[in-house]
Design a protein around this ligand. Structure first.
Ligand code: C2E
Ligand code: MG
Ligand code: MG
Ligand code: MG
Length: 278
């Protein structure tokens, strides 16, 4: 319709906006169907201890198998899920499935679940966690929640209260993508995180710039001083692994060890990657 007005560049822009908007609308309405049609799946990626051959836990990662578009990346649909208000429903589904799968794994392996900012703002997250633990029978110390600092930005007091409630239940809390936001450090001051996940951008640059190495070293040192476990994300090469080991990083995750896999394959990975007691 902007085209009909025929006003050069502006029309072009409007048309693009229009297309983008329509695509989003389509995805949004597809999302509502997706929950009902069971188009969501979880895959799991091992997080390994770097100083011993053992899987510490596995991160649950959401996949949407769209009937027409095929797999849609979480980077694309998670923001939509948040905006459309479906995050409560889908987030609950993720928690239930993740805990139920983890309860079937050998060796007391835990599961890490990403909790999005929008989901976290509702106090309902505590109820959802309790329900998922109760339904699966998974001990609370085998559940870890990964949150990014954008969660903390929104409503500090309420968020801190929720975090403390979760810790009282016995659930562990990890700060995801550490170093990519504005105030990671001040959040470490106000909340006792159990784990820091060093963002994969730093790991990727380990072989590229000396600065990345210095930053990684500092974060690991910081974690050690505060008694917080450090996990490096996105390890793809032996060289990166070697450096992280030398720096004393405790845990790592990345394609070098394993890509995210269906839950049924975790049992084999336990054997392949480590010696967790069965
Ligand atoms: P994240 O929590 O930081 O998850 C790590 C991402 O890095 C995953 O991408 C994983 O597949 C990818 N990855 C792991 N190892 C490597 C590696 O060696 N190289 C590279 N290049 N990538 C690696 P994925 O699965 O596409 O998820 C992207 C983001 O979407 C996640 O980042 C998380 O923020 C969000 N997400 C995924 N599942 C969920 C979910 O169930 N709920 C919520 N709220 N967010 C989710
Ligand atoms: Mg994560
Ligand atoms: Mg991350
Ligand atoms: Mg991320």
């Amino acid at each position: 319709r902007a085209k009909a007005a025929g006003r050069g560049g502006w029309c072009f822009f409007d048309e693009e906006m229009d297309l983008e908007l329509r695509r989003r609308r389509a995805l949004e309405s597809d999302l509502k169907q997706a929950v009902r049609n069971g188009e969501f799946e979880l895959v799991f990626q091992p997080i390994v201890k770097l100083d011993q051959p053992r899987i510490a836990c596995c991160e649950a990662l959401l996949r949407w198998r769209h009937p027409v578009r095929g797999y849609v990346s979480p980077a694309e649909f998670v923001p939509l899920v948040e905006e459309t208000g479906l995050i409560g429903e889908i987030g609950e589904w993720v928690l239930h499935r993740a805990c139920a799968e983890a309860a079937t794994w050998p060796g007391g392996i835990g599961v890490a679940v990403n909790v999005s900012p929008a989901q976290f703002k509702h106090a309902a997250v505590v109820r959802a966690v309790k329900a998922a633990l109760a339904a699966s029978g998974l001990p609370s110390n085998r559940l870890e929640l990964e949150i990014t600092e954008s969660v903390l930005l929104t409503d500090n007091m309420a968020t801190l209260a929720t975090l403390h409630t979760l810790k009282r239940i016995g659930v562990r809390v990890a700060m995801d993508d550490f170093g990519t936001g504005f105030s990671s450090l001040s959040y470490l001051q106000s909340f006792p995180f159990d784990k820091i996940k060093i963002d994969q951008s730093f790991v990727r640059n380990l072989e590229v710039t000396g600065n990345a190495r210095l930053i990684v070293r500092s974060v690991i040192g910081l974690g050690r001083s505060l008694g917080i476990t450090t996990t490096a994300e996105g390890i793809e090469t032996e060289a990166q692994l070697e450096q992280l080991r030398l720096e004393g990083c405790e845990e790592g995750q990345g394609y070098l060890f394993s890509r995210p896999v269906p839950s049924a394959r975790i049992r084999e990975l336990v054997v392949a990657l480590g010696r967790n007691a069965a």
